[in-house]
Design a protein around this ligand. Structure first.
Ligand code: BTN
Length: 254
């Protein structure tokens, strides 16, 4: 499934089935501390997403992988890598689908439904070097086993939108190459060009949405888009502008 060109010297660990590639990558980062290692699985029994959600990972249809990165960046900039990964996904889908969209911070949507997600985690490797685990899950082809009923309404596959099944290896190559290109761009020019590109795919700006804070509060307001730190700005009914760095964003009525 993997083309050597896209690997560019990365070490690959391939599994038919595992719990979670992010867990494997985290263990490796903590023990070896080596960056540029890719963990990829055909299926995951404990695939997980942001906010402790489950990532449905049936065999043979999606891509589930985690990359260990050691970016030459300030630690404060690490959360922006999630946004950069979203841009890499949108770039990779060009030619397959017309309008990929991004929802802050980590969702890729096709036709308004979640199709891919990014789970970025930071760990301290050997000699306490910070490493980023960039976990990506993409629903590519329609699974034989249907998505669980509670998910089916809200999620999509690339196949459903582009009308034909896609070679997963080809998409993996594209995503890995685009991640490399964006990391190079960031190292040379900082995050501004990437954040601008992210804004181009932002499907929430100008829409009313609900922010569920990590403390359990609900804030309803208008999305003003992301700022130069990659934080989401929401203006509530009283005119107060909130800078959102965590929590959940809900676009459907609650
Ligand atoms: C989200 O949408 O909240 C993020 C989903 C991330 C899923 C991927 S699949 C590969 C990697 N392993 C995991 O357990 N999660 C990520």
């Amino acid at each position: 499934m993997i083309n050597d060109g896209a690997l560019r010297g990365r070490q690959v660990h391939y599994f038919q089935e595992t719990g979670s590639t992010n867990d494997l990558a985290r263990e490796a980062a903590l023990s070896d501390g080596e960056p540029d290692v890719l963990f990829i699985a055909e299926s995951q029994s404990k695939g997980r997403g942001r906010l402790n959600r489950t990532w449905f990972s049936p065999p043979g249809t999606g891509l589930y992988f985690s990359l260990i990165l050691s970016p030459a960046l300030d630690l404060r900039d690490y959360p922006k890598l999630t946004l950069a990964a979203g841009v890499a996904l949108c770039r990779s889908l060009k030619g397959y689908v017309a309008n990929p969209g991004l929802k802050w911070p980590n969702d890729l949507l096709l036709a308004g439904k979640k199709t891919a997600g990014i789970l970025s985690e930071t760990v301290r490797g050997k000699k306490s070097t910070p490493l980023v685990i960039l976990g990506i899950g993409i629903n590519i082809n329609e699974p034989g086993r249907k998505f669980p009923a509670e998910l089916a309404e809200q999620i999509n596959t690339v196949e459903a939108v582009c009308g034909r099944p896609l070679p997963r290896g080809e998409l993996l190559d594209r995503v890995l190459l685009n991640i490399d290109d964006l990391l190079n761009l960031i190292e040379k020019h900082g995050f501004d060009p990437v954040l601008d590109e992210w804004r181009h795919y932002d499907i929430c700006k100008g829409r009313t949405l609900t922010w569920l804070t990590t403390e359990g509060q609900t804030v309803k307001g208008l999305s003003l888009g992301i700022d130069n730190q990659g934080l989401l700005k929401i203006r509530d009914r009283e005119g107060v502008v909130h800078e959102v760095a965590s929590g959940d964003i809900i676009t459907r009525p609650v």
